[in-house]
Structures are given as C-alpha cells and as structure tokens.
Design a protein around this ligand. Structure first.
Ligand code: ZN
Length: 288
C-alpha cells in the first residue's frame, strides 16, 4: 500500500510556453483533494482535471475541457508521477506549462524543494497482466507484465547526430533525476517554419530545445550522447501519467510519440482484462 502525496508548501514557477510563446506563472499548492487539478486564473478560475479522455496530442500533450485548455503538461506530469504526487492544485495565469530549459530538471528541483507529505488515502497501482502491442504506421508500443515500472524506448532518425538510439529505464526517483529529467526536448531547424505556420513552437529558442540542422546539433553540447531517446522516455512517463495510476509493467516503445502513448492508455481503459488494481505491491520509484 502506498499513500497519496502532496507537497508541503506552495511552489512558484514561471517561464515561457514552448508552443504559445506566452509567459506563464504557475503556483503549485498543497491539497488533500486526491487529484491533480489545474486552475486557469486568467479564465476566472476555470478548473481542468487530468483525464486521459480529455487530451489532445499534437507536438505535445494538452488537457482540453470544453473551450479551455492547458498545453504541454507532459514534463510536469512526469515529475509529479515519479515523485508520487497525486494530490495538488496548480494555478496558472496562461494556457501552457512553461518549458523551462526544455527538460524536466528545473521542475523536479522546484517541486522537491519544499518536501512531500503523505495523505491518509491510498494510491491504486495498475498491474499489467498480459502483453499487447499497439501499432501506428512504423511505430509500435507494447506493454507486458513486470515486477516493477520499466520503460524501453527505441528511436531511429536518419540524421548523423541521432541515428538509432535505445534506452531502458527501471524507474527510480534517483535514476529519473540523474538520467531522464535532464534530457531536453529537441527539434529540427527545417521543421521550425512549418511549426510556426501551425501556431506551434512560438516560444522555442536555442535555450530551451536541442536544435539540429541537416548535419549536427547547432546549440551543443548535448547533456548525454543519447539525450534524444532519454527525452522520449520522459515524454512517455508524462503521457502514461495522464491516467493517474502508478504501473507495474514494462512499456516498450519503438519510434512512437504522444499520439501512440495516449492510444495505449485508451486501449487499457477499454480492455480491463489486460490489467488489475494491485494493493500489495508498488513500483520501486515510490519507495523514495
Ligand atoms: Zn517532451
């Protein structure tokens, strides 16, 4: 049994949204509500809950509720998930979570700073019981039973600085902070104009994303030679966190992205014979 968790004090953060380009201030507040709730102060305090059925995935994952949204929640949700925080209220004065330096590390450090407190209610762990693979074009995402929460990601980009990369991560808090949270988002210079046309990446700069031209990283050095695939693991954790339950299972992604991550959650929701709520075991990242 693992208790739900909140933060001990308010945390204040601000920065630019990578897609909107808007400056946003965020206040994370301790709460015993047992859920993660976003509140748009700029829209009269409209509330948006984390719900995998109310998500839009374009180049990031966004929570949508009627005419109101919170864009790019995946890095923040990944941090909250690994820290075990599932009871918190997040006030923001704009429509997007700040990108910070493109990684989850500044968010993780800020949220860890006040310390966590445990609540009387229990988390429900989802234990994967049977293997399954979802496909989307050349991409695939499979899940299978495991004693712990494990993620393996493979990417292939026909680019000299990326190529084929694979990373396997058995989730622990320390491992997340050292190996996954520092990995920054990345993009290709040639795609930037196209993204701008679609109203995306307006806040993207050389300070908050790894940018590649046709041959190389133009704003190196990288934090890890395989920073790209590590960032994909961060995104996968954040998207799996949309369901709101820790997992006992192994997720293996090949050339996937936000849309296939989300389809996997939707598949699990529609097919309860592939999993069960587990009360006596929990993944080891929650030991911290
Ligand atoms: Zn990302």
């Amino acid at each position: 049994m693992v208790e739900k968790r909140t933060i001990q004090r308010e945390v204040f953060l601000s920065g630019v949204g990578i897609h909107s380009g808007q400056r946003v201030s965020l206040t994370l507040r301790p709460s015993a509500c047992g859920r993660i709730v976003f509140r748009r102060l700029d829209l009269g305090g409209r509330e948006i809950e984390v719900d995998p059925l109310k998500v839009e995935s374009k180049n990031s994952s966004s929570l949508i509720s009627e005419d109101c949204a919170v864009q790019t929640v995946e890095h923040l949700l990944a941090v909250l998930h690994i820290l075990g925080i599932d009871s918190i209220e997040i006030d923001l004065d704009g429509g997007e979570i700040p990108v910070m330096d493109g990684s989850a590390l500044p968010l993780a450090h800020a949220i860890l700073e006040p310390g966590l407190s445990r609540l009387p209610s229990q988390k429900k762990v989802v234990k994967i019981l049977r293997e399954h693979t979802l496909r989307e074009g050349q991409a695939s995402l499979s899940f299978s039973p495991d004693q712990d929460f494990r993620l393996t990601y493979s990417i292939e980009f026909p680019h000299p600085a990326i190529g084929s990369q694979e990373f396997s991560f058995a989730a622990t808090r320390q491992g997340f902070l050292a190996e996954i949270a520092p990995a920054r988002t990345f993009g290709f210079l040639k795609d930037v104009l196209e993204l701008w046309k679609r109203g995306l990446a307006k806040g993207g700069t050389l300070e908050n994303a790894v940018i590649l031209d046709d041959e190389k990283v133009i704003n190196g050095p990288l934090r890890f030679p395989d920073e790209f695939v590590r960032h994909k693991i961060l995104d996968l954790i954040g998207d799996l966190a949309l369901w709101g339950h820790p997992f006992l299972g192994h997720f293996k992604a090949y050339r996937a992205g936000h849309s296939l991550h989300l389809k996997t959650i939707h598949f699990l929701l529609r097919n309860p014979d592939f999993w069960a709520f587990e009360e006596s075991e929990a993944p080891s990242f929650l030991d911290a």
